[in-house]
Design a protein around this ligand. Structure first.
Ligand SMILES: *Cc1c(COP(=O)(O)O)cnc(C)c1O
Length: 461
């Protein structure tokens, strides 16, 4: 029923976007070394490289910003922001940070330990980076169904595998595990949700051994909406009742507010432990700013206080989740192989099934990113051989990841379904013509392999 899922807002301000010719886009690609990160945003027509920090703010958020209190200590805007977070997370203590990775950093310093395991469904890159720098051992323990790119239906592919968790504890001892981090939704395998039952059971298992559980909550309201839709017993609960219950099983949460917070910058750490809060305060003072602003302007906290609440509105979430469904359904109709079920913040196209004749060493998903930009000026991102490929430390031989995808992220409240139709048409046409594409050769990579996708350079084969 399309009339149910159309935008629950009208458009008050527009931002022009540039249309380019195919010849211009080919030149842009060549200059960018066939790497979408190196394109100028002005040369992109529909930008789906990320959903982070790209939301359109509402009139209520913009007007709240006028009320921003820029006092150094104890500013009014902090208390509004704090109350909004407490309302959604049900946690008493809130430390703002300039964005999510700063909250990750503070959390990692307290919860990750050198030489000890940090279990997660699939850790987000910034936690992984922070943990590795500290010498901790991050482990991705998503359920096997979550790693299967074929279209087996499972409602909660973001779940943590309790059996893997238990056997690690049995084998190495609980004292070798310093923390469990549940990322909601699970970004790395397609924005897949985690069930309430799984969060509860992870918390019970961890609790038996006194292992703290943390929620990495960038997309907490999208996850809550999936729980409401798919998990028995939650259909009549409000989104905030669900988010508060999710948080009730965790002692601390970090959030990149650039996603479900509907703002362009911001993050925080929330906790129910006073001692953790007090240490976070000290670290924020050193790295971020005073306790009551943590690297944000008062006006940013005003926008966030309102945005977090808007992100929990059901009509908004219905529209939001349905946009991803719309894009996925349209692509499927054209035969394009995608990861199912479709997640919360975009659609992941399976590069291996799209270009089966291009081996991972020739970067099929990256080739698809290039083809999509060339065809329609649409920018997506590779999550595959370039982003996750590694070298065997002993032999130097490449190790290719299971996940070989192109992610098309949908920014919040920014594009209409007409824009998504552009993507469907372009990818559908490329798919029909797929046999005519050859792969790419990696000709430049920076010194840190795990970050190479941001600056890599390619040539067409
Ligand atoms: C984006 C994100 C982060 C990092 O946050 P930034 O705001 O980009 O610094 C951490 N965890 C998750 C799950 C994220 O999606």
């Amino acid at each position: 029923m399309k009339y149910m899922t159309a935008e629950p807002f009208r458009i008050k301000v527009v931002e022009h976007i540039k249309k380019t010719t195919k010849a211009e886009r080919q030149k842009n690609l060549e200059e960018a070394g066939y790497n979408a990160f190196r394109l100028k945003a002005d040369d992109v027509y529909v930008d789906c490289i990320t959903d982070s920090g790209t939301s359109a703010m509402s009139a209520n958020q913009w007007s709240a910003m006028m009320l921003g209190d820029e006092s150094y200590a104890g500013c009014r805007s902090f208390y509004k922001f704090e109350e909004s977070v407490q309302d959604i997370f049900g946690m008493p203590y809130v430390q703002p940070t300039h964005q999510g990775r700063a909250a990750d950093y503070i959390m990692t310093q307290m919860y990750a330990k050198k030489g000890k395991y940090a279990i997660g469904n699939m850790h987000f890159d910034t936690f992984r980076g922070n943990a590795e720098m500290l010498g901790a051992l991050p482990l991705d323990y998503a359920i096997d169904e979550g790693l299967d790119a074929n279209d087996e239906y499972h409602p909660f592919k973001g779940n943590v595998d309790l059996k893997k968790m238990q056997s690690l504890i049995d084998e190495h001892g609980a004292e070798q595990v310093s923390v469990v981090i549940i990322t909601v939704t699970c970004n790395n395998n397609g924005g897949q949700p985690v069930s309430m039952q799984n969060i509860r059971e992870v918390s019970e298992l961890a609790g038996k051994y006194n292992i703290p559980v943390i929620l990495d909550s960038a997309r907490i309201s999208e996850n809550a909406y999936f729980i409401k839709l798919r998990e028995p017993g939650y259909a009549d609960k409000s989104i905030k009742e669900i988010t508060r219950e999710m948080c009730s099983y965790c002692e601390t949460a970090t959030m990149s507010a650039k996603k479900d917070g509907l703002v362009n910058i911001g993050g925080f750490l929330a906790t129910r432990r006073k001692d953790i809060y007090e240490t976070a305060n000290q670290m924020a003072i050193v790295h971020e700013g005073f306790i009551t602003y943590g690297g944000l302007a008062g006006r940013d906290m005003e926008a966030l206080a309102v945005g977090l609440q808007e992100g929990c509105e059901e009509h908004y979430l219905e529209y939001r989740i349905n946009q991803a469904q719309y894009l996925g359904a349209g692509l499927k109709e054209r035969g394009v192989p995608i990861i199912e079920p479709i997640g919360g913040h975009g659609v992941y196209v399976d590069g291996k099934r799209f270009f089966p004749h291009i081996p991972q060493g020739e970067f099929p998903s990256q080739r698809l990113v290039v083809a999509l930009y060339e065809a329609a000026g649409v920018r997506a991102v590779e999550l595959g051989a370039c982003a996750f490929g590694r070298k065997d430390p002993d032999t130097g031989e490449p190790i290719w990841p299971d996940l070989e995808c192109m992610r098309i992220s949908i920014s919040r409240r920014v594009y209409t379904n007409n824009h998504l139709d552009v993507i469907i048409a372009a990818l559908g046409d490329i798919y029909e013509d797929r046999d005519s594409y050859r792969g790419l050769k990696l000709v430049y990579e920076g010194p840190i392999t795990s970050l190479r996708h941001f600056t890599a350079g390619f040539e067409l084969l």
